[in-house]
Design a protein around this ligand. Structure first.
Ligand code: GLN
Ligand code: ZN
Length: 761
């Protein structure tokens, strides 16, 4: 019985790749140094999988930035602005595309399906010339072979590559990216031939777009592509790998009818209906790569239950054709539990990171072949049982309260216009009120103070004093700038989710549980392992301190339940919505405590609401329904005079605008740095609805300081569509990554622009 891993994290157990990349980019180390770190990481990953007994070990899942960008390099599809003149693509051109260079900005980056990983979007057009320009897949295969390990080279499939691309600048939106298929396939043929010559016996093509709602002409492209490649496949085994969701019935039929393909990989963790498709028919003589070990989460597999799923599949596809696999690449989970020194042993026994998942895959394969490791299975069963019954997981009171929320509706009693009137009587704000999104620059000093406090190096009094001084500085600055609704600047928070997770029960934190987000950037999501409750107030102390320093309204600042959920590793023993409702109840208590403490404006950030949107349209309405409901639960009980803001940092709202309005916030601030026209429809809906709207008037992701005229111009454009009385003036996100030298002049100009326009209105 064989075992297979779809892909493995490249960052290293202690983010070794990140540090090597950043040191190279800073000019502190050489290209050879970076290559060496990378080669060592690859070698240790391959060895680890080989030692664990994995039969199909992937290669070419390593990347110096992103696997789609690697494919762009392989195909030689470098946008002309980077001045590439041909030849093998090196670090220079590669990192220019990824990160920009002195004269050119980087290529666009976007989210990889519904993960927190981001890929570099290929820019293609009728002018794009494809040529085989990066031999990385072949050299990695050879590198592993030289270590005595025969691997399965992984390529991003040609159809998914094109479907994930965008038309280059100046190319019409209507340009058919799939029309380039006949031009990319010759390059794929060269790569396949070279891999074959190097000794590869299997090649894996990742075609994750197969799980999307595709049109029939898009599905047709898969048939075309793989029929065209069929002749190159002779003497090779080919695996088509899918992940992240069920494969729709049509797509399933399309790929399983292909000739020349030896095996198909499916995500059986998230895709529960795919299992039914397999049961109702699987091509005979083909391999099924059954993704039963979850690559998206950190929980130990329920081996007994997986084994019974696999046994069922065995009877369909045949004993020698079933391969145990992961649901997707393990790059979406943390790397190695071994490095978690701070988690207690009980919680640790419930978890499996990438390194442990490799062992699980192999244990399942061995069990299927009759060599079950009884000790391993029974300790796994014991851990599953302890997790089910642990009092740390179960809090009956919370469960009851959350269960009572289902199916009910939670809404503020009055409509938004009436509420805004009531609020305005107290707040007395000018038209075009100014505010910021929450955080102010996080200086080195601030980070040091938080670190020292955490490490018990400074006392609580010293810590409170230092943070008080910082808040006072930020309050004074905002008063000097003449901003209308102030923030305390969030100096006590290192991260908008972690800060709350640390104070809520049911959360655990890792030391090294990093997951790549993009390039060298990694995130360390909290683990929600139990029922969530709020032992005590989390933000009232700092918010009321800040309010006491000024007579202007001070915004309370909270992270919303959906964002906390979407940026954490979530428990898999209950539906996501149940966990979300529990967090909502905890945040609701915080909202009520802030209100009772005299805070009149409360912002509840839902930065990640859209991120959680399911990939398949058929599942989106359900998600939006409970997500928006969760948000409303947090603030349905406040007085009319308490103003609820929410903030979201993405600009592509068009498809979910009705849900955003259904959140029923009084004021919505949104990112608007790059896409004014896309937001037009949002504005229009906002006008109808009556809520305050603050589309960011300048981009905080760039160090550039916008002039007063520029900002005024932007506001004027918004005023052309929006009623004056609902428009707010604010930057498009928090300021924590910026420097004061940028923030001060930018906010000065923002306030001047608002004042200038007030005079004209
Ligand atoms: N209040 C948060 C901040 O200003 C919001 C951050 C975000 O939207 N990502 O930092
Ligand atoms: Zn934001």
């Amino acid at each position: 019985m064989a075992s297979h891993i779809v892909g493995y994290p490249r960052i290293g157990p202690k983010r070794e790749l990140k540090f090597a990349q950043e040191s190279f980019w800073d000019g502190k180390s050489t290209a050879e140094d970076l290559q060496k770190v990378a080669a060592d990481l690859r070698a240790s990953i391959w060895k680890q999988m080989a030692d664990a007994g994995i039969k199909f070990i992937p290669s070419n899942t390593f990347s110096f930035y992103d696997q789609i960008l690697d494919t762009t390099a392989m195909l030689g599809a470098v946008p002309p602005r980077y001045g590439w003149t041909g030849g093998e693509i090196g670090f220079d051109i590669f990192f220019s595309m990824a990160r920009g260079n002195a004269s050119q900005p980087a290529m666009e980056m976007t989210k990889w399906f519904d993960t927190n990983y981001h890929f570099i979007v290929p820019e293609l057009g009728p002018e794009t010339k494809f040529s085989y320009s990066s031999h990385k897949a072949v050299s990695e295969y050879k590198e592993a072979k030289a270590l005595g390990i025969d691997t399965v080279p992984v390529l991003i499939g040609p159809v998914s590559y094109l479907l994930l691309s965008k038309p280059a600048k100046g190319v019409e939106k209507s340009f058919s990216l799939l029309s380039l298929l006949s031009q990319v396939l010759p390059v794929y043929k060269e790569v396949i031939a070279e891999l074959k010559a190097a000794g590869a016996s299997w090649i894996q093509f990742d075609e994750p777009t197969l799980i999307l709602d595709l049109h029939s002409h898009q599905l047709q492209a898969f048939t075309e592509a793989y029929s065209e490649l069929e002749s190159s496949f002779s003497g090779l085994n080919v695996l088509i790998e899918t992940y992240f969701a069920d494969v729709p019935a049509e797509a399933y039929k399309t790929i399983t009818s292909l000739n020349g393909i030896s095996g198909f990989g499916f995500d059986l963790v998230r895709g529960t209906q795919t299992l039914d498709l397999i049961k109702s028919g699987f091509p005979s003589g083909k391999y099924l790569f059954a993704g039963v070990v979850d690559g998206r989460n950190i929980w130990a597999n329920d081996l007994t239950s997986s084994l019974s799923t696999l046994e069922g599949l065995e009877s369909i596809v045949g004993k020698d054709k079933l391969v145990v696999s992961t649901s997707c690449s393990l790059m979406h989970t943390a790397v190695d539990l071994v490095n978690e020194t701070k988690l207690d042993s009980e919680i640790k026994s419930w978890l499996a990171f990438a390194a442990q998942k490799v062992v699980e895959v192999n244990a399942l394969a061995k069990a299927l072949s009759g060599a079950k490791d009884e000790a391993f299975f029974s300790s796994n069963a014991a851990a599953q049982a302890s997790r089910k019954s642990s009092p740390r997981v179960n809090n009956e009171e919370v469960q009851k309260a959350a269960a009572g929320l289902k199916g009910s509706d939670h809404r503020r009693a009055t409509n938004v216009s009436a509420r805004l009137d009531a609020q305005q009587k107290n707040l007395n704000l000018p038209i075009l009120p100014t505010t910021t999104i929450g955080s102010f620059p996080q200086t080195m000093d601030l980070r040091r103070i938080r670190r020292e406090y955490k490490a018990n190096k400074i006392s609580e009094e010293e810590y409170v004093q230092a943070i008080r001084e910082e808040i006072s500085k930020v309050v004074k600055l905002q008063e000097e700038l003449d901003i209308d609704v102030l923030v305390h600047g969030e100096p006590e928070r290192n991260d908008m989710v972690e800060y709350f997770g640390e104070q809520l029960s049911g959360f655990a934190f890792t030391v090294n549980g990093w997951v790549q987000s993009y390039g060298s950037r990694c995130v360390k999501p909290p683990i929600i392992y139990g029922d969530v409750s709020r032992p005590k107030a989390m933000t009232v102390f700092w918010s009321s301190m800040a309010q006491s320093m000024t007579s202007r309204p001070m915004k309370g600042m909270l992270t919303g339940p959906v964002t906390i959920l979407n940026w954490s590793f979530v428990r898999n023993d209950q539906p996501r919505f149940e966990t979300c409702y529990q967090i909502a109840l905890a945040i609701k208590k915080e909202v009520e405590d802030l209100e009772a403490a005299g805070i009149q404006v409360i912002q509840i950030d839902e930065a990640a609401l859209r991120e959680g949107l399911p990939l398949r349209k058929s599942e989106q309405a359900f998600y939006l329904d409970w997500a928006v409901h969760s948000f409303r639960i947090t603030n349905c009980g406040v007085k009319d005079t308490t103003q609820i803001h929410t903030h979201m940092c993405y600009s592509n709202f068009n498809d979910i605008i009705h849900s955003i309005i259904d959140m029923d916030a009084d004021v919505i601030t949104i990112e608007n740095s790059r896409s004014d026209e896309k937001l037009l429809s949002v504005f229009r809906e906002g006008v109808k609805y009556g809520a305050g709207i603050g589309p960011g008037v300048y981009d905080i992701h760039s160090p550039r300081i916008p002039s007063t005229e520029e900002i005024a111009d932007r506001i004027n454009k918004m005023l052309a569509v929006l009623e004056t009385n609902i428009l707010w003036v604010n930057p498009d996100c928090g300021l924590k990554t910026r420097k004061y030298a940028e923030v001060k002049p930018a906010l000065t100009n923002m306030v001047s622009a608002a004042k200038l326009l007030r005079k004209e209105l």
